[in-house]
Every structure is written in structure tokens, then in C-alpha cells.
Design a protein. Structure first.
Length: 210
């Protein structure tokens, strides 16, 4: 049995983290991959829960050993996804969700061709700016850099399989959940998961004569 790999990307402030959290609460069949990062933990973050926090030297050694399915530098920090953990989970039939940027999504898609790529957009650039300012955690310079980066990130939306516009949170959450269900029901995935049943129903099973 093979699980499904979901990748969710978005510019900072689009609401990606909240939407992913809602999906995980609503669908216990989806497990979140915990990335490795060199950035410092924020208040309330726990090592191994939000991220696996490592030093730059540790990260570079892991990367040189080929331990990451994808890795990228974002806002001056390194992020990476464990290849072994992802492959082991998928082989056990577990659905996995990666919350990564467009660079990482492109890397993963090259290796996992059937991964489902989902991009979250804000309803407008003004709303995105307002959300970032409303956090009250970043300086004006940091916000300006994030907005500039957001323009570049959103230009890659055409590389994704699904696009969700997060104007109304409840609707966006429903749409994200719908994407997960739709991917699970694709013919190629269903025939893998239920090979014996489908072969039998299609008359392809050779039954014993005695």
C-alpha cells in the first residue's frame, strides 16, 4: 500500500499554517512532516513538533549525505525534509503533508511525480500586507522583504496542481479537505489500494476451480 504525498505552499501571511492545522484536526489520516531548520525556535515552539531545530553545520552535513528529499534557503535560514522518513511513511500507506515553499515543492515533484501540489493565495495583495502587519511581530523592513518575496513566490502558482484562495477561512478549509479526498479517489491510487477487490469486480481474478 502506498500513501499520498500532499505539498502545501503559500507566501507568508496567506494563512497556510492555519489551514493545514484545520485539515490535520479534521482528517486523522493525514500526518504532517516535521522539517529540519536552522532558524531559532520561536516562542512556544517545541523541538520535534513544529520543526527539528539543528545548527547550520548539522544541516549541511545531513545535506551532503543526501538525507533530504528537498532543501532550500528561505529568508536566510535552511529548511529540509527527511527523505527516509517520508519514504517509510508512504510505504506504510500513510498520507503525508509537507508544508514547504515553492522551491521545495519543485524538488519533491521531480522525485515524487504523483505528489499533489497545492498553493494557497490571499484574496488580494493588500489583504496579504494587512495580515503581515497585523501580526505585530515583524519590523517594517522585515514586512517589506516578506512582501517582495511574496510577489516572487506567487509567480510560481502555475506550477501547482491546485489553487485555493483564502478569502473566507471556512470555505478555504473545506476546499483543502476536498482536494485531499479527490486525490485519494483518483483511479490510479484506488486501484493500488484496492487491487484485489477491483480485479475481482472487473473479472480479472483467477478463482480456484475446486
Amino acid at each position: 500500500m502506498t500513501g499520498t504525498l500532499f505539498i502545501v505552499s503559500a507566501p507568508s501571511g496567506a494563512g497556510k499554517t492555519s489551514l493545514v492545522a484545520a485539515l490535520l484536526d479534521a482528517d486523522p489520516r493525514v500526518k504532517l512532516s516535521v522539517s529540519f531548520t536552522t532558524r531559532a525556535p520561536r516562542k512556544g515552539e517545541v523541538n520535534g513538533r513544529e520543526y527539528n531545530f539543528v545548527t547550520v553545520d548539522q544541516f549541511k552535513r545531513m545535506r551532503s549525505r543526501g538525507e533530504f528529499l528537498e532543501s532550500a534557503e528561505v529568508h536566510g535560514n535552511f529548511y529540509g525534509t527527511s527523505a527516509k522518513w517520508i519514504n517509510d511513511q508512504l510505504a506504510q500507506g500513510q498520507d503525508i503533508l509537507l508544508e514547504i515553499d515553492w522551491q521545495g515543492a519543485a524538488q519533491v515533484k521531480q522525485v515524487c511525480r504523483d505528489a499533489a501540489l497545492i498553493f494557497i493565495l490571499p484574496p488580494s495583495f493588500d489583504v496579504l500586507a494587512s495580515r503581515l502587519k497585523g501580526r505585530g511581530t515583524d519590523s517594517a523592513d522585515v514586512i517589506a522583504k516578506r512582501l517582495a518575496a511574496a510577489r516572487e513566490e506567487m509567480a510560481h502558482v502555475f506550477d501547482f496542481d491546485y489553487v485555493i484562495i483564502n478569502e473566507d477561512f471556512d470555505q478555504a478549509a473545506q476546499e483543502l479537505a476536498a482536494v485531499v479526498v479527490a486525490e485519494r479517489l483518483k483511479s490510479a491510487r484506488q486501484t493500488k489500494r484496492h487491487r484485489e477487490l477491483i480485479d475481482d469486480l472487473a473479472g480479472r481474478t483467477t478463482k480456484p476451480t475446486h
